[in-house]
Design a protein around this ligand. Sequence first.
Ligand code: NAD
Length: 497
Amino acid sequence: MTNIVGHFIDGKRCEDHARLQNIYNPATSKVTKQVALAGKETVEEAISAACAAFPAWRNTPPAKRARVMFKFKELLELNADKICQLIGDEHGKIVHDARSELQRGIENVEYACYAPELLKGEHSKNVGPFIDSWSEFQPLGVVAGITPFNFPAMVPLWMFPLAIVCGNCFILKPSERDPSSTLFIAELLKEAGLPDGVMNVVNGDKVAVDTLLHNDNIKAVSFVGSTPIAEYIYTTANANGKRCQALGGAKNHAIIMPDADMDNAVSQLVGAAFGSCGERCMALSVAVTVGDDAADAFIQKMQNEMKDLKIGEASEPSNDFGPLITQQHKDKVVGYIDSAEEQGATVVVDGRDITVAGYDEGFFVGGTLIDHVKAGMTCYEEEIFGPVLLVVRVENMQQAMDLIDAHEYGNGTCIFTRDGEAARYFSDNIQVGMVGINVPLPVPVSYHSFGGWKRSLFGDLHAYGPDGVRFYTKRKTVTQRWPSTGVREGTLFSMPT
Ligand code: NAD
Protein backbone atom coordinates (compact mmCIF):
# COMPACT_ATOMS: atom_id res chain seq x y z
CA MET A 1 0.00 0.00 0.00
CA THR A 2 -0.62 2.41 -1.45
CA ASN A 3 -0.37 2.23 -5.07
CA ILE A 4 -2.79 4.66 -6.74
CA VAL A 5 -4.48 3.73 -10.00
CA GLY A 6 -5.03 6.98 -11.90
CA HIS A 7 -6.22 8.04 -15.35
CA PHE A 8 -4.80 7.96 -18.88
CA ILE A 9 -5.55 11.13 -20.81
CA ASP A 10 -4.03 12.39 -24.06
CA GLY A 11 -1.36 9.68 -23.98
CA LYS A 12 -0.21 10.43 -20.44
CA ARG A 13 -0.88 9.28 -16.89
CA CYS A 14 -2.97 11.92 -15.16
CA GLU A 15 -3.03 12.67 -11.46
CA ASP A 16 -6.34 13.61 -9.89
CA HIS A 17 -6.17 12.10 -6.45
CA ALA A 18 -8.68 14.29 -4.65
CA ARG A 19 -11.00 11.32 -4.02
CA LEU A 20 -9.74 7.75 -3.56
CA GLN A 21 -11.45 4.37 -3.16
CA ASN A 22 -9.91 1.14 -1.86
CA ILE A 23 -9.21 -1.82 -4.12
CA TYR A 24 -9.18 -5.22 -2.41
CA ASN A 25 -7.57 -8.53 -3.07
CA PRO A 26 -10.82 -10.50 -2.67
CA ALA A 27 -8.99 -13.71 -1.72
CA THR A 28 -7.42 -12.06 1.35
CA SER A 29 -9.79 -9.10 1.92
CA LYS A 30 -6.70 -6.86 2.19
CA VAL A 31 -6.62 -3.40 0.62
CA THR A 32 -3.86 -3.55 -2.00
CA LYS A 33 -4.29 -0.32 -3.95
CA GLN A 34 -6.51 2.70 -4.27
CA VAL A 35 -8.25 4.00 -7.35
CA ALA A 36 -8.54 7.71 -8.07
CA LEU A 37 -12.13 8.80 -8.65
CA ALA A 38 -12.11 11.45 -11.35
CA GLY A 39 -13.77 14.79 -10.74
CA LYS A 40 -15.71 16.70 -13.40
CA GLU A 41 -12.64 18.68 -14.55
CA THR A 42 -10.60 15.55 -15.19
CA VAL A 43 -13.37 13.98 -17.26
CA GLU A 44 -13.73 17.23 -19.20
CA GLU A 45 -9.96 17.24 -19.81
CA ALA A 46 -10.27 13.76 -21.33
CA ILE A 47 -13.19 14.87 -23.51
CA SER A 48 -11.21 17.91 -24.73
CA ALA A 49 -8.23 15.70 -25.60
CA ALA A 50 -10.50 13.34 -27.52
CA CYS A 51 -12.19 16.22 -29.37
CA ALA A 52 -8.78 17.62 -30.37
CA ALA A 53 -7.63 14.23 -31.67
CA PHE A 54 -10.82 13.54 -33.64
CA PRO A 55 -10.35 15.53 -36.91
CA ALA A 56 -7.02 13.88 -37.76
CA TRP A 57 -8.14 10.42 -36.63
CA ARG A 58 -11.39 10.66 -38.60
CA ASN A 59 -9.36 11.31 -41.75
CA THR A 60 -6.80 8.56 -41.11
CA PRO A 61 -7.41 5.80 -43.69
CA PRO A 62 -9.20 2.79 -42.20
CA ALA A 63 -6.32 0.51 -43.25
CA LYS A 64 -3.92 2.59 -41.16
CA ARG A 65 -6.30 2.53 -38.21
CA ALA A 66 -6.52 -1.25 -38.57
CA ARG A 67 -2.71 -1.54 -38.54
CA VAL A 68 -2.72 -0.12 -35.00
CA MET A 69 -5.09 -2.93 -34.03
CA PHE A 70 -2.85 -5.61 -35.56
CA LYS A 71 0.00 -4.34 -33.38
CA PHE A 72 -2.31 -4.00 -30.36
CA LYS A 73 -3.36 -7.65 -30.68
CA GLU A 74 0.31 -8.66 -30.68
CA LEU A 75 0.95 -6.60 -27.53
CA LEU A 76 -2.07 -8.08 -25.74
CA GLU A 77 -0.72 -11.56 -26.44
CA LEU A 78 2.81 -10.64 -25.34
CA ASN A 79 1.49 -9.14 -22.10
CA ALA A 80 -1.15 -11.79 -21.40
CA ASP A 81 0.51 -13.05 -18.20
CA LYS A 82 0.66 -9.59 -16.69
CA ILE A 83 -2.93 -8.77 -17.69
CA CYS A 84 -4.24 -12.03 -16.21
CA GLN A 85 -2.30 -11.47 -13.01
CA LEU A 86 -3.83 -7.99 -12.64
CA ILE A 87 -7.29 -9.47 -13.21
CA GLY A 88 -6.63 -12.19 -10.63
CA ASP A 89 -5.27 -9.77 -8.01
CA GLU A 90 -8.29 -7.48 -8.08
CA HIS A 91 -11.16 -9.64 -9.35
CA GLY A 92 -10.09 -13.03 -7.95
CA LYS A 93 -10.68 -14.79 -11.28
CA ILE A 94 -8.60 -17.96 -11.65
CA VAL A 95 -5.73 -17.59 -14.11
CA HIS A 96 -7.13 -20.03 -16.72
CA ASP A 97 -10.45 -18.21 -16.71
CA ALA A 98 -8.72 -14.82 -17.00
CA ARG A 99 -6.89 -16.23 -20.05
CA SER A 100 -10.22 -17.19 -21.65
CA GLU A 101 -11.64 -13.76 -20.92
CA LEU A 102 -8.63 -12.10 -22.52
CA GLN A 103 -8.79 -14.41 -25.54
CA ARG A 104 -12.46 -13.52 -26.13
CA GLY A 105 -11.44 -9.86 -25.90
CA ILE A 106 -8.59 -10.33 -28.38
CA GLU A 107 -11.07 -11.83 -30.84
CA ASN A 108 -12.83 -8.45 -30.85
CA VAL A 109 -9.52 -6.80 -31.71
CA GLU A 110 -9.16 -9.28 -34.60
CA TYR A 111 -12.61 -8.27 -35.83
CA ALA A 112 -11.62 -4.60 -35.63
CA CYS A 113 -8.68 -5.40 -37.92
CA TYR A 114 -11.25 -5.87 -40.71
CA ALA A 115 -12.01 -2.13 -40.61
CA PRO A 116 -11.43 -1.37 -44.31
CA GLU A 117 -13.79 -4.18 -45.25
CA LEU A 118 -16.36 -3.24 -42.60
CA LEU A 119 -16.46 0.41 -43.65
CA LYS A 120 -16.69 -0.08 -47.43
CA GLY A 121 -20.26 1.15 -47.52
CA GLU A 122 -22.94 0.46 -50.08
CA HIS A 123 -22.99 1.69 -53.67
CA SER A 124 -25.69 1.76 -56.35
CA LYS A 125 -25.03 2.97 -59.85
CA ASN A 126 -27.84 4.47 -61.94
CA VAL A 127 -30.46 4.78 -59.22
CA GLY A 128 -31.97 7.23 -61.73
CA PRO A 129 -30.83 8.45 -65.12
CA PHE A 130 -27.10 9.29 -64.71
CA ILE A 131 -27.56 9.30 -60.96
CA ASP A 132 -25.42 7.27 -58.59
CA SER A 133 -26.04 6.83 -54.89
CA TRP A 134 -24.03 5.43 -52.02
CA SER A 135 -24.20 5.09 -48.27
CA GLU A 136 -21.07 5.68 -46.27
CA PHE A 137 -20.55 5.08 -42.58
CA GLN A 138 -19.01 8.04 -40.81
CA PRO A 139 -17.67 8.12 -37.24
CA LEU A 140 -19.81 9.77 -34.59
CA GLY A 141 -17.03 11.77 -32.88
CA VAL A 142 -16.17 11.20 -29.23
CA VAL A 143 -17.89 8.16 -27.71
CA ALA A 144 -17.79 6.69 -24.21
CA GLY A 145 -17.79 3.23 -22.65
CA ILE A 146 -18.77 2.41 -19.06
CA THR A 147 -17.91 -1.12 -17.97
CA PRO A 148 -18.60 -3.58 -15.10
CA PHE A 149 -16.18 -5.34 -12.74
CA ASN A 150 -16.78 -8.89 -13.87
CA PHE A 151 -14.91 -8.77 -17.19
CA PRO A 152 -12.33 -5.98 -16.74
CA ALA A 153 -10.50 -6.97 -19.94
CA MET A 154 -13.13 -8.49 -22.23
CA VAL A 155 -16.01 -6.04 -21.94
CA PRO A 156 -13.87 -2.92 -22.59
CA LEU A 157 -12.42 -4.84 -25.58
CA TRP A 158 -15.99 -5.35 -26.86
CA MET A 159 -16.15 -1.58 -27.22
CA PHE A 160 -13.10 0.55 -27.89
CA PRO A 161 -11.24 -1.39 -30.64
CA LEU A 162 -14.28 -1.24 -32.92
CA ALA A 163 -15.21 2.33 -32.00
CA ILE A 164 -11.65 3.45 -32.71
CA VAL A 165 -11.20 1.68 -36.07
CA CYS A 166 -14.51 3.23 -37.13
CA GLY A 167 -12.78 6.61 -36.70
CA ASN A 168 -14.09 7.69 -33.28
CA CYS A 169 -12.16 8.85 -30.23
CA PHE A 170 -12.96 7.04 -26.98
CA ILE A 171 -13.35 7.73 -23.26
CA LEU A 172 -13.48 4.59 -21.13
CA LYS A 173 -14.78 4.58 -17.55
CA PRO A 174 -13.88 1.13 -16.18
CA SER A 175 -15.23 -0.44 -13.00
CA GLU A 176 -13.69 1.20 -9.96
CA ARG A 177 -13.48 -2.19 -8.24
CA ASP A 178 -10.82 -3.74 -10.51
CA PRO A 179 -9.45 -1.04 -12.82
CA SER A 180 -5.75 -2.00 -13.17
CA SER A 181 -5.92 -4.53 -16.03
CA THR A 182 -8.20 -2.21 -18.00
CA LEU A 183 -5.86 0.76 -17.59
CA PHE A 184 -2.83 -1.34 -18.51
CA ILE A 185 -4.55 -2.62 -21.67
CA ALA A 186 -5.56 0.87 -22.76
CA GLU A 187 -2.00 2.13 -22.33
CA LEU A 188 -0.76 -0.60 -24.71
CA LEU A 189 -2.57 1.24 -27.50
CA LYS A 190 0.00 4.04 -27.29
CA GLU A 191 2.78 1.48 -27.80
CA ALA A 192 0.77 0.10 -30.72
CA GLY A 193 1.01 3.52 -32.39
CA LEU A 194 -2.37 5.09 -31.59
CA PRO A 195 -2.15 8.90 -31.64
CA ASP A 196 -2.52 10.58 -28.23
CA GLY A 197 -6.05 11.58 -27.30
CA VAL A 198 -7.80 8.92 -29.40
CA MET A 199 -8.09 6.59 -26.37
CA ASN A 200 -8.54 7.94 -22.84
CA VAL A 201 -9.36 6.27 -19.53
CA VAL A 202 -10.96 8.03 -16.61
CA ASN A 203 -11.40 6.00 -13.47
CA GLY A 204 -14.25 6.95 -11.23
CA ASP A 205 -17.77 6.60 -10.02
CA LYS A 206 -21.13 8.29 -10.63
CA VAL A 207 -19.48 11.71 -10.84
CA ALA A 208 -17.44 10.64 -13.88
CA VAL A 209 -20.38 8.81 -15.46
CA ASP A 210 -22.75 11.76 -15.03
CA THR A 211 -20.19 14.15 -16.49
CA LEU A 212 -19.99 11.95 -19.59
CA LEU A 213 -23.78 11.65 -19.82
CA HIS A 214 -24.32 15.42 -19.68
CA ASN A 215 -21.52 16.56 -21.98
CA ASP A 216 -22.62 17.57 -25.50
CA ASN A 217 -19.35 16.40 -27.03
CA ILE A 218 -20.10 12.76 -26.13
CA LYS A 219 -22.10 11.43 -29.05
CA ALA A 220 -22.73 7.84 -27.93
CA VAL A 221 -22.49 5.73 -24.80
CA SER A 222 -21.97 1.97 -24.56
CA PHE A 223 -22.74 0.59 -21.11
CA VAL A 224 -22.51 -2.86 -19.58
CA GLY A 225 -23.52 -3.46 -15.96
CA SER A 226 -26.55 -4.06 -13.76
CA THR A 227 -30.08 -3.38 -15.02
CA PRO A 228 -31.02 -0.45 -12.74
CA ILE A 229 -27.88 1.43 -13.79
CA ALA A 230 -28.30 0.38 -17.45
CA GLU A 231 -31.79 1.85 -17.44
CA TYR A 232 -30.55 5.07 -15.82
CA ILE A 233 -27.71 5.38 -18.34
CA TYR A 234 -30.05 4.72 -21.27
CA THR A 235 -32.73 7.21 -20.25
CA THR A 236 -30.22 9.91 -19.29
CA ALA A 237 -28.15 9.48 -22.45
CA ASN A 238 -31.29 9.59 -24.58
CA ALA A 239 -32.62 12.65 -22.79
CA ASN A 240 -29.33 14.32 -23.65
CA GLY A 241 -29.58 13.40 -27.34
CA LYS A 242 -27.00 10.62 -27.32
CA ARG A 243 -27.06 7.24 -28.98
CA CYS A 244 -26.95 4.56 -26.29
CA GLN A 245 -26.70 0.80 -25.92
CA ALA A 246 -26.97 -0.32 -22.29
CA LEU A 247 -26.58 -4.01 -21.48
CA GLY A 248 -27.94 -5.08 -18.11
CA GLY A 249 -28.36 -8.04 -15.80
CA ALA A 250 -29.57 -11.56 -16.40
CA LYS A 251 -31.17 -14.73 -15.10
CA ASN A 252 -30.24 -17.46 -17.54
CA HIS A 253 -32.25 -20.69 -17.59
CA ALA A 254 -31.32 -24.12 -18.96
CA ILE A 255 -34.17 -26.50 -19.78
CA ILE A 256 -33.25 -30.10 -18.97
CA MET A 257 -35.53 -32.29 -21.08
CA PRO A 258 -36.27 -35.88 -20.01
CA ASP A 259 -34.35 -37.19 -23.05
CA ALA A 260 -31.21 -35.09 -22.36
CA ASP A 261 -27.81 -36.73 -22.10
CA MET A 262 -27.74 -36.15 -18.35
CA ASP A 263 -24.00 -36.69 -17.87
CA ASN A 264 -23.27 -34.14 -20.55
CA ALA A 265 -25.84 -31.64 -19.23
CA VAL A 266 -24.45 -31.85 -15.70
CA SER A 267 -20.80 -31.55 -16.71
CA GLN A 268 -21.64 -28.55 -18.92
CA LEU A 269 -23.77 -26.87 -16.29
CA VAL A 270 -21.32 -27.19 -13.44
CA GLY A 271 -18.90 -24.89 -15.30
CA ALA A 272 -21.63 -22.60 -16.60
CA ALA A 273 -23.21 -22.14 -13.15
CA PHE A 274 -20.12 -21.86 -10.94
CA GLY A 275 -17.33 -20.68 -13.28
CA SER A 276 -15.99 -17.25 -12.28
CA CYS A 277 -17.93 -17.73 -9.03
CA GLY A 278 -21.17 -17.15 -10.95
CA GLU A 279 -20.15 -13.55 -11.63
CA ARG A 280 -20.97 -13.70 -15.34
CA CYS A 281 -23.92 -12.12 -17.09
CA MET A 282 -24.19 -15.38 -19.03
CA ALA A 283 -23.90 -17.58 -15.92
CA LEU A 284 -26.43 -20.38 -16.10
CA SER A 285 -28.19 -19.86 -12.80
CA VAL A 286 -31.49 -21.74 -13.20
CA ALA A 287 -31.96 -25.37 -14.27
CA VAL A 288 -35.56 -26.04 -15.30
CA THR A 289 -36.08 -29.79 -15.15
CA VAL A 290 -38.95 -31.31 -17.13
CA GLY A 291 -40.50 -34.15 -15.12
CA ASP A 292 -39.54 -35.39 -11.66
CA ASP A 293 -37.35 -38.20 -13.02
CA ALA A 294 -35.18 -35.68 -14.87
CA ALA A 295 -35.07 -33.48 -11.74
CA ASP A 296 -34.00 -36.30 -9.42
CA ALA A 297 -31.36 -37.61 -11.85
CA PHE A 298 -30.04 -34.10 -12.46
CA ILE A 299 -29.77 -33.26 -8.76
CA GLN A 300 -28.09 -36.51 -7.84
CA LYS A 301 -25.46 -36.19 -10.57
CA MET A 302 -24.94 -32.49 -9.89
CA GLN A 303 -24.37 -33.17 -6.18
CA ASN A 304 -21.69 -35.71 -7.09
CA GLU A 305 -20.03 -33.35 -9.54
CA MET A 306 -20.02 -30.51 -7.00
CA LYS A 307 -18.01 -32.59 -4.50
CA ASP A 308 -14.98 -32.03 -6.73
CA LEU A 309 -15.27 -28.25 -6.98
CA LYS A 310 -11.98 -26.64 -5.96
CA ILE A 311 -12.25 -23.11 -4.67
CA GLY A 312 -9.32 -20.82 -3.96
CA GLU A 313 -7.17 -17.92 -5.04
CA ALA A 314 -6.52 -16.76 -8.57
CA SER A 315 -2.95 -17.80 -9.30
CA GLU A 316 -3.50 -21.53 -8.59
CA PRO A 317 -4.54 -23.00 -11.96
CA SER A 318 -6.09 -26.13 -10.43
CA ASN A 319 -8.76 -24.02 -8.73
CA ASP A 320 -12.17 -23.98 -10.40
CA PHE A 321 -13.27 -20.59 -9.16
CA GLY A 322 -12.28 -17.86 -6.75
CA PRO A 323 -13.89 -15.44 -4.32
CA LEU A 324 -16.67 -12.92 -4.88
CA ILE A 325 -15.63 -9.34 -5.57
CA THR A 326 -16.35 -7.72 -2.15
CA GLN A 327 -17.55 -8.56 1.35
CA GLN A 328 -20.71 -6.58 0.60
CA HIS A 329 -21.42 -8.75 -2.45
CA LYS A 330 -20.71 -11.90 -0.44
CA ASP A 331 -23.27 -10.79 2.17
CA LYS A 332 -25.80 -10.22 -0.60
CA VAL A 333 -25.26 -13.68 -2.13
CA VAL A 334 -25.52 -15.36 1.30
CA GLY A 335 -28.70 -13.33 1.89
CA TYR A 336 -30.26 -14.81 -1.27
CA ILE A 337 -29.50 -18.36 -0.08
CA ASP A 338 -31.02 -17.54 3.35
CA SER A 339 -34.12 -16.14 1.67
CA ALA A 340 -34.53 -19.26 -0.50
CA GLU A 341 -34.59 -21.41 2.64
CA GLU A 342 -37.00 -19.05 4.40
CA GLN A 343 -39.34 -19.04 1.41
CA GLY A 344 -39.60 -22.85 1.21
CA ALA A 345 -36.88 -24.02 -1.18
CA THR A 346 -34.45 -26.81 -0.25
CA VAL A 347 -30.74 -26.09 -0.02
CA VAL A 348 -29.20 -29.35 -1.29
CA VAL A 349 -25.55 -28.24 -1.37
CA ASP A 350 -24.71 -25.29 0.89
CA GLY A 351 -21.71 -23.06 0.13
CA ARG A 352 -22.38 -20.49 2.84
CA ASP A 353 -19.86 -21.64 5.45
CA ILE A 354 -17.00 -22.64 3.24
CA THR A 355 -13.43 -22.00 4.43
CA VAL A 356 -10.40 -21.86 2.17
CA ALA A 357 -7.18 -22.85 3.94
CA GLY A 358 -4.85 -19.87 4.27
CA TYR A 359 -7.53 -17.45 3.07
CA ASP A 360 -9.88 -17.26 6.05
CA GLU A 361 -10.78 -13.63 5.44
CA GLY A 362 -11.45 -14.00 1.69
CA PHE A 363 -14.85 -13.29 0.16
CA PHE A 364 -15.50 -16.96 -0.67
CA VAL A 365 -18.84 -18.68 -1.11
CA GLY A 366 -18.90 -22.33 -2.19
CA GLY A 367 -21.00 -23.86 -4.94
CA THR A 368 -24.64 -23.97 -3.82
CA LEU A 369 -27.51 -26.03 -5.25
CA ILE A 370 -31.11 -25.19 -4.34
CA ASP A 371 -34.07 -27.41 -5.27
CA HIS A 372 -37.83 -26.74 -5.32
CA VAL A 373 -37.40 -23.10 -6.28
CA LYS A 374 -40.54 -21.39 -7.53
CA ALA A 375 -41.35 -18.22 -9.46
CA GLY A 376 -42.01 -15.41 -7.00
CA MET A 377 -39.22 -16.39 -4.61
CA THR A 378 -36.63 -13.62 -4.22
CA CYS A 379 -33.78 -15.93 -5.22
CA TYR A 380 -35.61 -16.68 -8.48
CA GLU A 381 -36.76 -13.20 -9.42
CA GLU A 382 -33.47 -11.37 -8.80
CA GLU A 383 -30.00 -11.79 -10.25
CA ILE A 384 -27.82 -13.41 -7.56
CA PHE A 385 -24.45 -13.09 -9.37
CA GLY A 386 -22.85 -15.78 -7.23
CA PRO A 387 -22.11 -19.54 -7.33
CA VAL A 388 -25.73 -20.55 -6.80
CA LEU A 389 -27.67 -22.90 -9.10
CA LEU A 390 -31.44 -23.02 -8.67
CA VAL A 391 -33.60 -25.95 -9.76
CA VAL A 392 -37.19 -25.28 -10.80
CA ARG A 393 -39.29 -28.41 -11.46
CA VAL A 394 -41.94 -28.28 -14.20
CA GLU A 395 -44.08 -30.93 -15.89
CA ASN A 396 -43.60 -30.15 -19.57
CA MET A 397 -41.57 -28.10 -22.01
CA GLN A 398 -44.24 -25.46 -22.56
CA GLN A 399 -44.30 -24.71 -18.82
CA ALA A 400 -40.52 -24.35 -18.93
CA MET A 401 -40.71 -21.92 -21.85
CA ASP A 402 -43.54 -19.92 -20.24
CA LEU A 403 -41.44 -19.58 -17.10
CA ILE A 404 -38.46 -18.25 -19.06
CA ASP A 405 -40.61 -15.87 -21.10
CA ALA A 406 -42.25 -14.47 -17.96
CA HIS A 407 -38.92 -13.50 -16.40
CA GLU A 408 -37.92 -9.84 -16.67
CA TYR A 409 -34.48 -10.74 -18.04
CA GLY A 410 -33.81 -12.28 -21.44
CA ASN A 411 -30.05 -12.45 -21.84
CA GLY A 412 -29.14 -16.11 -22.51
CA THR A 413 -30.82 -19.51 -22.30
CA CYS A 414 -30.28 -23.06 -23.47
CA ILE A 415 -31.93 -26.43 -23.84
CA PHE A 416 -30.45 -29.87 -23.26
CA THR A 417 -32.23 -32.46 -25.41
CA ARG A 418 -31.64 -35.13 -28.05
CA ASP A 419 -34.77 -34.04 -29.96
CA GLY A 420 -33.99 -31.72 -32.89
CA GLU A 421 -37.59 -30.64 -33.36
CA ALA A 422 -37.96 -29.63 -29.70
CA ALA A 423 -34.69 -27.70 -29.90
CA ARG A 424 -35.80 -25.95 -33.08
CA TYR A 425 -39.18 -25.00 -31.57
CA PHE A 426 -37.38 -23.68 -28.50
CA SER A 427 -34.84 -21.54 -30.35
CA ASP A 428 -37.50 -20.20 -32.71
CA ASN A 429 -39.98 -19.13 -30.04
CA ILE A 430 -38.17 -18.34 -26.82
CA GLN A 431 -38.05 -14.62 -25.95
CA VAL A 432 -34.33 -14.45 -25.19
CA GLY A 433 -31.52 -12.85 -27.19
CA MET A 434 -28.85 -15.57 -27.08
CA VAL A 435 -29.84 -19.23 -27.29
CA GLY A 436 -27.83 -22.43 -26.86
CA ILE A 437 -28.75 -25.94 -27.95
CA ASN A 438 -26.74 -28.30 -25.75
CA VAL A 439 -24.44 -25.27 -25.29
CA PRO A 440 -24.85 -23.67 -21.85
CA LEU A 441 -23.01 -20.37 -22.45
CA PRO A 442 -24.05 -19.28 -25.94
CA VAL A 443 -21.82 -16.19 -26.06
CA PRO A 444 -21.70 -15.05 -29.69
CA VAL A 445 -18.28 -14.94 -31.35
CA SER A 446 -16.80 -11.56 -32.28
CA TYR A 447 -18.18 -11.55 -35.84
CA HIS A 448 -21.75 -11.91 -34.59
CA SER A 449 -23.06 -9.49 -31.94
CA PHE A 450 -23.86 -9.86 -28.23
CA GLY A 451 -27.06 -8.80 -26.56
CA GLY A 452 -30.06 -9.90 -24.57
CA TRP A 453 -33.74 -9.06 -24.87
CA LYS A 454 -36.26 -7.58 -22.45
CA ARG A 455 -34.63 -5.83 -19.46
CA SER A 456 -31.21 -7.29 -20.28
CA LEU A 457 -30.60 -4.66 -22.95
CA PHE A 458 -31.80 -1.11 -23.44
CA GLY A 459 -31.27 0.11 -26.99
CA ASP A 460 -31.61 -1.19 -30.53
CA LEU A 461 -28.19 -2.54 -31.42
CA HIS A 462 -26.29 -5.33 -29.74
CA ALA A 463 -22.65 -5.01 -28.69
CA TYR A 464 -19.62 -5.63 -30.97
CA GLY A 465 -19.60 -7.41 -34.34
CA PRO A 466 -21.80 -6.09 -37.17
CA ASP A 467 -24.17 -4.27 -34.76
CA GLY A 468 -21.13 -2.62 -33.15
CA VAL A 469 -20.06 -1.17 -36.50
CA ARG A 470 -23.53 0.28 -36.98
CA PHE A 471 -23.59 1.61 -33.44
CA TYR A 472 -20.27 3.46 -33.77
CA THR A 473 -21.02 4.95 -37.21
CA LYS A 474 -23.74 7.07 -38.75
CA ARG A 475 -25.00 6.40 -42.22
CA LYS A 476 -24.75 9.16 -44.76
CA THR A 477 -26.38 8.59 -48.12
CA VAL A 478 -25.10 10.62 -51.03
CA THR A 479 -26.97 10.95 -54.31
CA GLN A 480 -24.90 12.35 -57.16
CA ARG A 481 -25.41 13.52 -60.69
CA TRP A 482 -22.98 15.34 -62.96
CA PRO A 483 -24.93 17.04 -65.76
CA SER A 484 -22.87 17.12 -68.96
CA THR A 485 -23.75 20.66 -69.96
CA GLY A 486 -25.68 22.61 -67.39
CA VAL A 487 -29.23 21.38 -66.87
CA ARG A 488 -29.29 19.22 -70.01
CA GLU A 489 -32.64 17.51 -69.42
CA GLY A 490 -34.45 20.60 -68.19
CA THR A 491 -36.11 20.94 -64.82
CA LEU A 492 -37.87 17.94 -63.28
CA PHE A 493 -40.82 18.47 -60.95
CA SER A 494 -41.60 14.82 -60.33
CA MET A 495 -39.28 12.39 -58.49
CA PRO A 496 -36.95 10.61 -60.95
CA THR A 497 -37.94 6.95 -61.33
P1 NAD B 1 -22.76 -1.92 -11.90
O1 NAD B 1 -24.02 -1.59 -12.61
O2 NAD B 1 -22.70 -1.77 -10.44
O3 NAD B 1 -21.56 -1.02 -12.49
C1 NAD B 1 -21.31 -0.92 -13.86
C2 NAD B 1 -20.67 0.43 -14.16
O4 NAD B 1 -21.60 1.45 -13.80
C3 NAD B 1 -19.39 0.70 -13.36
O5 NAD B 1 -18.45 1.32 -14.21
C4 NAD B 1 -19.87 1.64 -12.26
O6 NAD B 1 -18.87 2.55 -11.86
C5 NAD B 1 -21.01 2.38 -12.91
N1 NAD B 1 -22.04 2.79 -11.93
C6 NAD B 1 -22.42 2.10 -10.81
N2 NAD B 1 -23.38 2.77 -10.17
C7 NAD B 1 -23.62 3.90 -10.87
C8 NAD B 1 -24.52 4.98 -10.70
N3 NAD B 1 -25.37 5.05 -9.67
N4 NAD B 1 -24.51 5.97 -11.62
C9 NAD B 1 -23.67 5.92 -12.66
N5 NAD B 1 -22.79 4.92 -12.88
C10 NAD B 1 -22.77 3.91 -11.99
O7 NAD B 1 -22.39 -3.41 -12.34
P2 NAD B 1 -21.24 -4.35 -11.77
O8 NAD B 1 -21.60 -4.80 -10.40
O9 NAD B 1 -19.90 -3.73 -11.98
O10 NAD B 1 -21.35 -5.58 -12.78
C11 NAD B 1 -22.21 -6.66 -12.59
C12 NAD B 1 -23.49 -6.48 -13.38
O11 NAD B 1 -23.18 -6.31 -14.76
C13 NAD B 1 -24.40 -7.70 -13.32
O12 NAD B 1 -25.71 -7.27 -13.20
C14 NAD B 1 -24.16 -8.38 -14.67
O13 NAD B 1 -25.23 -9.19 -15.12
C15 NAD B 1 -23.98 -7.20 -15.54
N6 NAD B 1 -23.27 -7.56 -16.77
C16 NAD B 1 -24.00 -7.62 -17.90
C17 NAD B 1 -23.38 -8.00 -19.08
C18 NAD B 1 -24.17 -8.08 -20.34
O14 NAD B 1 -23.55 -8.21 -21.39
N7 NAD B 1 -25.48 -7.99 -20.33
C19 NAD B 1 -22.02 -8.31 -19.09
C20 NAD B 1 -21.31 -8.22 -17.89
C21 NAD B 1 -21.95 -7.84 -16.73
